[in-house]
Each structure stands twice: as C-alpha cells, then as structure tokens.
Write a protein that binds this ligand. Sequence first.
Ligand SMILES: Nc1nc2c(ncn2[C@@H]2O[C@H](COP(=O)(O)OP(=O)(O)O)[C@@H](O)[C@H]2O)c(=O)[nH]1
Ligand SMILES: [Mg+2]
Length: 397
Amino acid sequence: MPYKIGLVGKPSVGKSTFFNAATMDEIDEADYPFTTIDPNVGEAYVRVECAAPDFDEECDPRVGFCIDGMRYVPVQLVDVAGLIPGAHEGKGLGNQFLTDLNEADVLIHIVDFSGTTDIEGEPTDGHDPREDIDFLGHELDMWYLEILGKGIERFQNKRRQHEVRIEEELAEQMSAFQTNKNEIKSTILSLGIGLEPDDWSEEDRLELARTIRKATKPMIIAANKMDTELAQEHYETVMNDPDYEHLSIVPCSAHAEKALKRAAEQGVVEYAPGEPDFEITGDISAGQEDGLEQIRAFMDAYSGTGVQRALETALFDKLGVIAVFPGGAEGLGDKHGNILPDCFLLPGQATAEDFAYHIHTDIGEGFLHAIDVREQRQIGADHELAHRDVVEIVSSN
Ligand SMILES: Nc1nc2c(ncn2[C@@H]2O[C@H](COP(=O)(O)OP(=O)(O)O)[C@@H](O)[C@H]2O)c(=O)[nH]1
Ligand SMILES: [Mg+2]
C-alpha cells in the first residue's frame, strides 16, 4: 500500500487547487485504461535525492521519475472535502469523508492565510487563520472523543458479563486508526489518569482523545495563498505567536505551482517541481511574462511554491518515513540492467528484515542477511535502516 496524504480544510482554501497542482504530471492517463478514476485520489510525488549519482551511475526508475539527480517517488494524495465546523455532529459529513480521513496516514491542513474566507468558506475579509487552525484540531478531537465514548460504553456493558480490559475495548473501537491496545494503554498511563474510565473526568476524556488523535493522525499546516500580501502579513503574525510555535507550518501557493506546471506543459517554462526557480524557454505574451515574474518574486522570497515542501514535510518530517533503494552489492542494476529501478518508502523504524518483507513475503521469510551497499558491509535482520540507504537482501528464497 502506498502512503496516503490527506488534504483537509474548510471550503475555498485551495484544497482542489493544491491537489490538481500536485497530481499533474506528464503521464497520459490514457496509458492506463484499467485504472479506476476516483476524482479525489491522485498520484503525487515526494522528492528523494537519488542514490545513483553517489555511485557515478544514472538511475532507471520503474515508477515516478528522476530530474537532475532528484527522484520523484509516488505517494497517494486524497482531497478530503467536507470538513466544516460542526462536522463531528454530522454537518457536511459523508461516509466517503470518514473513509478518506481514516485511510490517510498523515494530513495536510490547507489554511487560507489571506483571511478572505470566513470559517464556513464564504468570502469575507480580515479573518484570522488561527481560528481555522484551532477549529480543525477541535473537530478532529470531537470526532475521536465520540469514538472514545463508544469504546468506554462497550467496556462498561461487557464488564457486567466478564472481565475485560479498557485498552482492549478502546483498541477495538478505534481499529480504523491503526492503533493497538499497547499503544492505548501506554497513552492512558502517560496521562496519569489510571485504567478505570469511571474515574475519568470530561477533561480527561478529551485529553485522551486528543493525544490519540495526534499520535494516529499526524498533521502539518500549509499556509496557502501566500502569493498575496494579506497572507504574508498573517503569516508573520502567526509565526510570531508562541501558541503556534509547536506546529509545522509550510508557506505555500497552490496557485503558483499550478500555473508553473501548466506553463511547463505548454512548453514555455522549464520547471522541476519543488525547485526554487524556473526558466522561461518559450515565446510568451507580455501579460504572461508579468504573471510568471510575479510568481518568481514570490518563489525567491519563500524558496519555491511550497507545494512539494508541504508533501515532503508531512511524509518525512512529521510521519518519519524513510526512502530505501534496493541495490546489489556487486552492481546496482537489476536482471534487466536497470539501475536502482526502485525506491521504497518505509516507516522510520524499519529494519533490514522489514525491508525484505516489504519487497516480497517470500524474500522476508527466507531472509538470511542484508548488505549495506554503500559501506559494503553485512547487516543483520534487526538493523534499522536510514533514509537513502542502498540495501541488498540475501534470502534463501
Ligand atoms: N491567490 C491564491 N488563490 C488561490 C490559491 N489556491 C487556491 N486559490 C483560489 O481559492 C479559491 C478556492 O480554491 P479551491 O481549490 O476550489 O478550494 P477548495 O474548496 O478548498 O477545494 C479559488 O478561487 C482558487 O483559485 C493560492 O495559492 N493563491
Ligand atoms: Mg475543492
């Protein structure tokens, strides 16, 4: 399963623009006649510095692509429309919405920093983006709180019949969040509220819901519409507010990214997504040039459009994912001579054996040892891999 990044936020903040910008690529969809077209799910990419140049080689990616030594590795992007204030009470919520939210490994909260849309997404001015940041956290907490409440009820009903454990009932109720009883138990204990839910106050419940939410649904913020002066002013204010210091906030312009990708498609600019600059290569009108130069000025100030950076901050920094290249110690090519065709995304704690299982169950089951190809040294099953490692698995299968 590829990693899934979910875009959330109230209406009109730029979710669809961000989604379109991030999922536009040169691959013609007609080449894949059998893929189901789901308008909310698309393929985006995260950048990983390619390992091939470290070995004086050029890679042949099987999926994604490589531009000037930068690998673009596919991830899934989901536009989770419909998160509005009161969503936890069922406002604007559909089943699809909850499925999308459940399936996302990490969220990017798109916030309109220009302050020109109110909390419902209607036009206004002077709206404080901090209100949006607070509301979304609150909505998610309330949603978790409700599920937590159901888990507690389930525990209380069952224990009339036989002995049950609170962490087991909560883990069962919260299974969609990919948590487990051990994690839940240690969370409860770390909050110091004890394992008897009858003793929990409303405040304890909320604190528990919030802690589980933050652990199971990590989130960063994309400060969008940063190509406008109003957004830039709000950004300064928020960055100087100590209450918001603990958040990962990436300044971004979905609009600029989309405009550049479109211009690149038309062959009038050369732009590698995520780079801080681009080159005008075709004949363009004075108006178009003006627009592009404004985008360039914005990118100069914020080191790029921020769309790629938001995706990569979410996946690598927030979720702690690492990228690992399978490669042979005697040569980086596969049996067809393709150099480093794969680059896999794995959880940060992944070991050499986990990596073997990720490639194929058979390879995992036959795991003998692995080789760190850069260091040319043997590593064992429990060896934790690092970002950009090149690893050969030696397996009896
Ligand atoms: N200035 C500016 N406008 C943007 C940006 N991203 C989106 N918009 C505009 O915001 C409005 C809402 O965008 P949309 O993507 O439909 O928002 P959604 O409802 O969250 O999916 C549209 O008019 C977009 O053109 C941006 O980065 N900068
Ligand atoms: Mg939309």
